[in-house]
Design a protein around this ligand. Structure first.
Ligand code: NAP
Length: 354
């Protein structure tokens, strides 16, 4: 089968590097173009400050990084990992020029015509694409993946939302430094410390989770209505966002029933057998002291693509539920979900080689 050509916008960044790791030996995509801002004009291997082991893949090293201009781009899909203020104008220029763009940036997530997708949770929201193209007059389109903490939360809330009537969610996060990109948080600020503020993160967790869990009706998303309060903390771990979640429900919560719903949860990517779909999107741990950031962030059959949950128990009364969860912020929380969206677009024939 002929592979589709995939371009990466922001290829030298923290998420851009994860895209390279996930795409360079992908069965359906091949890396075609790499684009950057300050790195444009240089060979990738020289421009990048590569953060991970193993090294930059050999066939990627010599590719020349291009400026982010749609002209002369020879690709079937563009994966974007650029800052939101850049994405505001750069991503529409690609969509207008006919490219499907899958974006990690927050710039277009809350646009009512832009799907905000976790493939296991709301693949049906891709139904917004036709209206987006028509409304904006674009030949291409933009699909976004959510904020890295919102992805973990919404993925775990989905089977619970299907099982119970949720009245309220209160979440406290402990987020890794790689979530701030590179160089991100200064080492003197974060070493031996916890910082109880991440700019605009709490708002994103609230608004994005409601949109993801909303239902598509008459060409628009009717957002889930339960209130969510979030407190986001930066902690000195490298990867993985851990979250303590408190849920108030209508009526008694059957803890074993919730565990079963989480364990059995599957979505469209599992039905379609997409290459980056983990067998279990949610892993339930029974140990008292799991999940843990270092031990569980790479969990699952596709490392980093499953969210691990544990410590399921009642809160102040039987109508409540407490959960601890952990997801990998640059894999499930960013590049991994974006690649899974790309695979879904291809499997659903919303993109192609033509
Ligand atoms: N880190 C995470 O866990 C995470 C999770 C979910 C979503 N996100 C989102 O993903 C995006 C990227 O985050 P990151 O953590 O990878 O940031 P980062 O490490 O700061 O990297 C951003 C990259 O974007 C490039 N860039 C800037 N302006 C550009 C432009 N106009 N055209 C092309 N490239 C441009 C830069 O490349 P040059 O070197 O060429 O200037 C830089 O390497 C952000 O929107 C972020 O909010 C991040």
């Amino acid at each position: 089968v002929k592979k589709l050509k995939a371009a990466i916008l922001g290829a030298t960044g923290t998420v851009g590097q994860r895209f390279i790791q996930m795409l360079h030996e992908h069965p359906w995509f091949e890396v075609s173009d790499l684009m950057g801002k300050t790195s444009a004009g240089r060979r990738y291997g020289e421009a990048v400050n590569w953060l991970w082991s193993p090294e930059v893949p050999e066939e990627i090293r010599g590719i020349e990084v291009k400026p982010s201009k749609p002209r002369n781009l020879d690709s079937n899909i563009v994966f974007s990992a650029i800052p939101a203020d850049e994405a505001r104008t750069v991503e529409p220029s690609f969509a207008e020029a006919g490219f499907p763009v899958v974006s990690n940036a927050s710039a277009h997530r809350m646009d009512p015509t832009v799907p905000l997708i976790i493939p296991e949770v709301n693949s049906g929201h891709l139904g917004l694409i036709d209206g987006q193209r028509e409304g904006k007059g674009w030949d291409g389109f933009i699909v976004t993946n959510p904020n890295c903490s919102a992805i973990n939360l919404a993925l775990v809330l989905k089977p619970i939302h299907d099982l119970l009537t949720i009245e309220k969610v209160i979440v406290t996060t402990m987020q890794a430094v790689s979530g701030a990109g590179y160089p991100g948080v200064p080492s003197l600020s974060i070493t031996d410390n916890v910082i109880p503020f991440i700019e605009r993160e709490e708002e994103k967790m609230v608004t994005e989770t409601r949109k993801i869990l909303g239902r598509l009706e008459g060409g628009r998303v009717i957002e889930a209505s339960f209130p969510i309060a979030a407190s986001c903390n930066r902690v000195p771990t490298i990867d993985g966002h851990l979250e303590s979640v408190y849920i108030d429900a209508e009526g008694e919560v059957d803890i074993e029933g919730v565990k079963e719903a989480l364990r059995n949860f599957r979505g469209r990517p599992q039905d379609l057998g997409l290459p980056s779909a983990p067998a279990d999107p949610i892993i339930v741990r029974e140990e008292m002291d799991r999940p843990q950031t270092r031990l569980d962030r790479m969990g699952g059959t596709v490392p980093g693509m499953s969210v691990s949950v544990g410590r399921l128990r009642h809160g102040v009364d039987d109508d409540s539920l407490q959960i601890t969860l952990i997801g990998h912020n640059t894999i499930r929380g960013a590049a991994g979900t974006a690649v899974l969206i790309g695979e879904l677009l291809l499997a659903e024939k919303l993109i192609g080689g033509g």
